[in-house]
Design a protein around this ligand. Structure first.
Ligand code: ADP
Ligand code: MG
Length: 722
């Protein structure tokens, strides 16, 4: 700790201290509050002002720099009231005009004062031909008064200019000025090293201060590219170090070991299963069984495509713990899913004498008391529930394993808390049905071991997918007729809407993509769609149910039950059914306004059908989709491979969307790194980070690194509370 005192606070200070309140306020609107925020706000490209040329060599659309002596400055007012300040200049041979448009009086005066005849300077702009005379509009001007200043002005005028993502309040050049001021203020040691010296040397990285200079004020494009690469590595290293530390800390916890017994519950369960486990279920099951028989808490992520059979894998793990006298908890993201898991698990263990209890927040007093008592007395061995499991009125006896279903909804910090378990350190199994591309797994789940179920059980019927244009009446009619046929044959039909109502924005967790065209349109809502279908002659006599997140838990259960039992075989719903809902008789999935859903979500939705032996049919209904969504839907119709779709989705979506979707807590945005395209950097950084944690777990003599980690972790906590 002693050397932390040597760390000067400059890097993490508020910008207002250095730039004044007005500038700081404007920068804050870009999310830039501290010195470190600003320095990490790197230009996204460089603009080349072009070479110094005589006027005679200017060509339209060519960026160039000319040296002029001003000969006259005049202004005139156009019919619309805009003032044009025309500055004429000569390079000794030819003349040209610099035009400035403004409506502000003080600017007119400013131009006239600045560009008085006789003034000399360099002007950078892009030439335009206006009725035969060559012009620059609003050029960058670099004036000089004395010939001794000429060389410096020329250098400035022809230097590469950083281009920043700007806003109307603060332009790119204002950001450059602010960065310049900060870099000028910084003294030796003000910008602490983050990457340990040995690693920096190995990668030939200059100091962090120099790297920031090189990225913001590069001498050439190569310097900029190198510096950007170094910053990406630095960011990746920090993230990976945070994950490596979490992983290390968790490994030092001690959980109970649950050795597998040869004639125990798991064996009896396997023997009674009506099907054979797939190869993948066996392999992953063995991995988990061996994790559980160890006192080091398991931290495993089980990813498997929809329908791959994760529940059975999880249940076998739970039984291993129950066999040893422990409790196993299954945490579900929604009440619908918790209830469904409860029913499935209860049925699966019915003959084993294992007691399963459901705990949700909406249970009424008598039931609430009964279930909490079952948990507290240890009568309940398997406890299924929502987040209500973590409220104070639930007291466990001895939790050996927590299974988290559909875990992409938990951030790093929440995972970290979970590890300490409800009754001391526990084994944790996270499950996700959203196949996770490798770089995302590394970036977001770097603290977990990953197991993958690639195959789905044999004998699973195929799902075919068709696109239907909603203005094609023949096709639409055919689709509803097909739905009716399916119902007549004993099947069930999901109709998914992007919104709950049509008059508001409530989307019930639908991760909607912004409209890709500008035409406003009303997205399908549950009630309106259900009403329209009730009037559809093709569906006459078929009872139509509704399900969405604003219904009470009891109504939701009733709707699901009526659907499953076939009393209301058409269910109009939002994406609340997206994750995990398992109704084997469901054979048709109709997705309305499908062009507004991302691939991952479409895939999840389609995963709700074709779960039994009957083949499934999926219809994606949309208007004539615009280009990106047309590609997306074509890709979706062409394959059911979730891993392939996840990679395509990753390549097509905006960075923030990608990370944000996987991580609700923790920092969801990266500063310079791209989880989409920087995979080699991330992998490299991960190795370096793990080595660093192994060799120097306390990060002794790395005050800059420790400070940066604290800042990163604090940001995560902050985001989680908001
Ligand atoms: P998911 O991985 O999407 O959670 P589930 O665990 O819900 O999938 O399994 C989907 C369906 O497949 C369930 O009805 C389950 O009983 C069944 N199933 C699981 N494993 C197998 C298997 N090895 N063979 C046949 N059916 C299986
Ligand atoms: Mg599931």
């Amino acid at each position: 700790m002693a050397n932390d005192a040597a760390l000067r606070p400059f890097f993490y200070q508020n910008l207002a201290r250095h730039l004044g309140a007005t500038s700081a306020k404007k920068l804050a609107r870009l999310g830039l509050h501290s010195v470190t925020d600003l320095l990490w706000y790197v230009p996204f490209r460089l603009s080349d002002p072009g070479d110094l040329v005589p006027i005679s060599r200017l060509r339209p659309d060519m960026p160039a720099v000319v040296e002029l002596e001003i000969t006259s400055t005049t202004s005139k007012t156009t019919r619309t009231g805009t003032v044009v300040v025309e500055v004429a200049g000569t390079d000794g041979h030819d003349t040209m005009t610099l035009v400035h448009f403004t409506r502000r009086r003080n600017l007119i005066a400013y131009y006239k004062k600045r560009f008085t005849p006789g003034t000399r300077g360099f002007f950078a702009g892009t030439a335009k031909d206006s009725y035969g005379t060559i012009q620059f509009s609003h050029p960058d001007a670099y004036l000089y008064e004395h010939p001794s200043q000429r060389a410096a002005a020329l250098r400035e005028a022809t230097e590469l200019q950083p281009v920043y993502h700007a806003s109307s309040a603060v332009g790119s050049s204002a950001i450059a000025t602010a960065v310049g001021a900060i870099l000028d203020t910084a003294r030796d040691g003000d910008i602490p090293e983050i990457i340990p010296d040995a690693i920096r040397a190995e990668h030939d990285m200059p100091s962090l201060a120099q790297t920031f200079r090189n990225v913001h004020q590069p001498a050439d494009a190569d310097t900029y590219a190198k510096a950007l690469g170094h910053l990406k590595f630095t960011e990746a290293f920090l993230l990976q170090l945070l994950l490596a530390q979490r992983r290390q800390a968790a490994k030092e916890l001690r959980a109970t070991a649950w050795p597998i017994s040869e004639d125990g519950l798991v064996r009896r369960f396997d023997a009674a299963l009506p099907f054979d486990l797939t190869e993948g279920q066996r392999t992953v099951g063995d991995q988990i069984a061996s994790d559980l028989s160890n006192p080091t808490p398991m931290m495993r992520l089980l990813q498997g495509d929809v329908g791959a059979g994760k529940t059975v894998v999880a249940l076998r793990a739970m039984l291993q713990v129950v066999d040893g006298g422990g409790q196993a908890v299954l945490l579900a993201p929604t009440e619908v899913l918790a209830y469904q898991h409860y029913r499935t698990l209860t049925a699966l263990v019915a003959d084993l004498g294992v007691h399963v209890t459901l705990v949700t927040g909406s249970q009424k007093s008598a039931e609430r008391r009964r279930t909490r008592a079952e948990v507290a007395s240890g009568e309940a061995s398997i406890i299924v529930g929502t987040h209500a499991l973590f409220s104070n009125d639930v007291i466990f006896t001895d939790v050996g394993l927590v299974v988290v279903d559909e875990q992409h909804r938990f951030g790093v910090e929440q995972r970290d808390q979970l590890r300490h378990g409800p009754t001391g350190p526990a084994h944790i199994l996270h499950m996700t049905a959203t196949p996770i591309p490798r770089t995302i797994a590394l970036t977001v789940f770097g603290d977990l071991e990953v197991s993958t179920l690639r195959e789905v059980p044999a004998g699973r019927a195929a799902v075919e997918t068709f696109r239907v244009a909603n203005d094609n009446e023949r096709w639409m009619a055919r689709m509803w007729a097909r739905a009716a046929e399916e119902v007549a044959a004993g099947g069930r039909v999901f109709v998914v809407c992007p919104r709950i109502g049509t008059d508001d924005d409530a989307s019930d967790g639908a991760d909607l993509i912004e409209a890709e065209d500008d035409k406003p349109r009303v997205l399908a809502g549950v009630a309106a769609t259900a009403a329209a279908l009730a009037d559809n002659p093709a569906l006459a006599g078929i009872s139509i149910g509704q399900l969405h997140g604003r219904m009470s838990a009891a109504d939701k259960d009733a709707a699901m039950a009526a659907f499953a039992a076939g009393e209301a075989p058409i269910l109009v719903t939002t994406t609340v059914i997206e994750v995990g809902v398992d109704v084997p008789d469901a054979t048709v999935m109709i997705i309305l306004d499908a062009d507004r859903f991302g691939l991952a979500q479409l895939h999840q939705l389609r995963g709700r059908i074709g779960r039994g032996t009957k083949p499934g049919l999926c219809f994606v209904v949309s208007q004539q989709p615009t280009l990106p969504s047309a590609d997306r839907l074509a890709e979706f119709c062409a394959t059911t491979d979730g891993f392939h779709l996840a990679e395509v989705d990753l390549a097509n979506r905006r960075e923030g969307d990608v990370l944000g979707r996987y991580q609700t807590g923790g920092r969801s945005g990266l500063r310079v790194l791209s989880a989409v395209s920087d995979r080699p950097i991330i992998e490299h950084a991960r190795t370096a980070a793990r080595q660093t944690v192994a060799a120097n777990p306390e990060l002794a003599n790395e005050p800059g690194l420790r400070a940066a980690l604290l800042e990163l972790a604090a940001e995560g906590e902050y985001l989680e509370r908001t």
